[in-house]
Ligand binder design. Structure first.
Ligand code: TRP
Length: 332
């Protein structure tokens, strides 16, 4: 039997190139060899967008379009809306007994998000607990592998702790998952900041037009110590070359550009033009798949309906096992 994958994203906006190299590309590869489920985590998205539910609701279809555009094939991967699976909510309640308040607040990703969102001492409990609900997402599918970006590693670690605790207390019931990080666990932003991120406004989206891509690439940060094209430049840590390594399949061209850059024999403009071409080549088939699916809303409905149906069965069975292990599988 194929091993199971569960992975997902919060529907709270468009996906960008950081998502692509960090996890989407991996999922596209893995869908042939694994039984893959991809969760549109709307319940989790509401933990920090509960005041803005239309944003979450409107992003569900957008996320599906991003998935299919990036090469995720609904015939091979099952795409699921989290709020349609009551089993996940029930599992979350049970798992909350397996974690201490201190432990959830010590989760480095949660901690960073709390800081970033400026919650101060009014942290919504639902937000602080979302890693527990993520453990429910993962275990509800008995996932062996979770392909994610680097920022999600603490979630997988916490899931593993919950699984071990549950199994110790109630007997071997849950499957302990492993994280699988993509080739580029973290993509630097267009502005050279540590991370491409929607909130930092330094992203290229999978749905960007060729013109948007050209404009954004032309505005990218390069080597700040290089004032003229004839100055010897630095390749290491230079966002344009990090992107060439990530997105330009023409290795010969990349090596040539790097050599000339270091020697002061190429300008930023040429390096960027070639990068924009490479990124547009990657995005072009995505634009095609997106626009085809956009024309067919009934197919979108069908993908979502069938995904949920299949996932309800799988997660329902796991919930039964959990209830049995906890001795609350009453029959009367
Ligand atoms: N926390 C993930 C994110 O912010 C989304 C997510 C929800 C997820 N449930 C998941 C990822 C289960 C992997 C597995 O992107």
């Amino acid at each position: 039997m194929k091993k199971r994958i569960l992975t997902g994203d919060r529907p709270s906006g468009k996906l960008h190139l950081g998502h692509y190299v960090g996890s989407l590309a991996n999922r596209v590869k893995l869908q042939d060899d694994y039984d893959q489920y991809i969760l549109i985590a709307d319940v989790q998205a509401l933990t920090d967008n509960y005041e803005n539910p239309e944003k979450v609701a409107n992003s569900v279809r957008e996320l599906l379009l991003d998935y299919v555009a990036s090469g995720i094939d609904p015939e091979k991967s099952t795409i699921v809306i989290q709020s349609q699976l009551p089993a996940i909510a029930e599992l979350t309640v049970f798992y909350l007994n397996m974690v201490s308040l201190n432990r959830v607040l010590r989760n480095p990703t949660v901690k960073a998000e709390i800081e970033q969102k400026g919650f101060g001492d009014t942290i919504p409990a639902g937000f602080a607990m979302y890693p527990v609900s993520q453990a429910a997402d993962i275990t509800a599918f008995e996932a062996n592998v979770v392909p994610v970006g680097e920022d999600q590693l603490p979630m997988i670690e916490q899931t593993r702790e919950i699984v071990r605790k549950f199994n110790n207390l109630y007997g071997e019931t849950l499957v302990e998952p492993e994280a699988l990080v993509g080739e580029f666990p973290r993509l630097i932003g267009l502005d050279g900041k540590a991370k491409m991120s929607k909130s930092l406004g330094n992203s290229i989206y999978l749905s960007d037009s060729p013109e948007e891509v050209n404009k954004k690439v032309m505005s990218m940060f390069t080597d700040p110590t290089r004032l003229k094209p004839t100055d010897p430049g630095h390749v290491e840590g230079n966002p344009v070359f990090i992107y060439h390594d990530a997105f330009n399949p023409n290795e010969e061209e990349v090596t040539d550009l790097k050599d000339r850059y270091v020697a002061g024999k190429v300008g930023d403009v040429e390096v960027k033009q070639k990068l924009a071409i490479a990124i547009n080549n990657l995005l072009e088939p995505m634009r095609k798949r997106r626009s085809e699916l956009e024309k067919n809303p009934e197919l979108v409905n069908k993908i979502l309906r069938e995904g949920v149906e299949k996932a309800r069965l799988v997660s329902g069975e796991v919930l039964e096992k959990v209830k049995k292990a906890m001795k609350i599988d009453y029959k009367f």
